[in-house]
Design a protein around this ligand. Structure first.
Ligand code: ZN
Length: 232
């Protein structure tokens, strides 16, 4: 009975280990880390996009002002109001300067538009990656939940049978068994085959072997202390 009990305890421990180390858990963790990085990158792209658009607006205002100044000077210059050649020369110089400034502002606006376009594309593709990743994550989590509940129900089935069996073992022996499980790394009961202890592989004294057959009394290996169980 103890050997059978030990077999069940080993199965339960093995299943608990499987449960804790399910590979899908690592996959989920990795994907969650990837998604966090992608969301940070999306937030960054959106912040840069907002800044870019704001700066473009400011440049557009400057462009409007410059265009208005050019129009005002042109009207004066070509309206025949100013006749002084020196004054005309001065206004032409100013106009040239303003035109050059206007061209520069226009170039900057084009650069901002290009940057915005690139950032929009980046945000779009990152958003798609996030959607894809999030749906993969859902799939992985549901696979994990299924596997976890399968293993848990297997464990509870074995535990139930284990408890039923343990109820038939005397309390003192069960305590001894449980103490030995702790001390001996899980193997408290050693099968005896061919006069050898299955726990420490020491040849048992012939007197012990003959004395202990049938398994109606508790005999422990003198070498490792495990409870001996004659099998076969
Ligand atoms: Zn032994």
């Amino acid at each position: 009975m103890l050997l059978e009990l030990q077999g069940m305890d080993m199965q339960i421990r093995e299943l608990a280990k499987t449960l804790a180390g399910l590979p899908v858990r690592k996959e989920i963790e990795d994907l969650e880390a990837t998604l966090r990085a992608l969301r940070a990158s999306l937030a960054d792209a959106n912040a840069r996009l907002a800044r870019c658009r704001k700066e473009q607006k400011e440049v557009e205002w400057s462009l409007k002002e410059t265009a208005a100044a050019i129009e005002a000077i042109s009207r004066k210059l070509y309206g025949g109001v100013v006749t002084n050649p020196r004054e005309i020369e001065g206004m032409r110089g100013k106009l040239k300067m303003l035109e050059a400034g206007k061209a520069k502002l226009e170039d900057r606006i084009i650069a901002y538009m290009e940057e915005s376009e690139a950032l929009e594309a980046q945000a779009k593709s990152t958003g798609e990656e996030i959607d894809q990743g999030a749906s993969n994550l859902e799939r992985l989590k549901s696979a994990r939940d299924t596997r976890v509940s399968e293993i848990e129900s297997e464990i509870s089935g074995i535990t139930e049978r284990r408890e039923a069996l343990a109820a038939k073992v005397s309390g003192a022996l069960l305590l001894k068994y449980e103490q030995l499980v702790k001390d001996k790394g899980g193997v408290a009961v050693a099968p005896v085959q061919g006069g050898i202890c299955g726990g420490c592989h020491v040849v048992l004294p012939a007197s012990l072997a003959s004395r202990a057959r049938p398994n109606d009394q508790v005999v422990r290996c003198e070498s490792c202390g495990r409870i001996l169980c004659w099998v076969g």
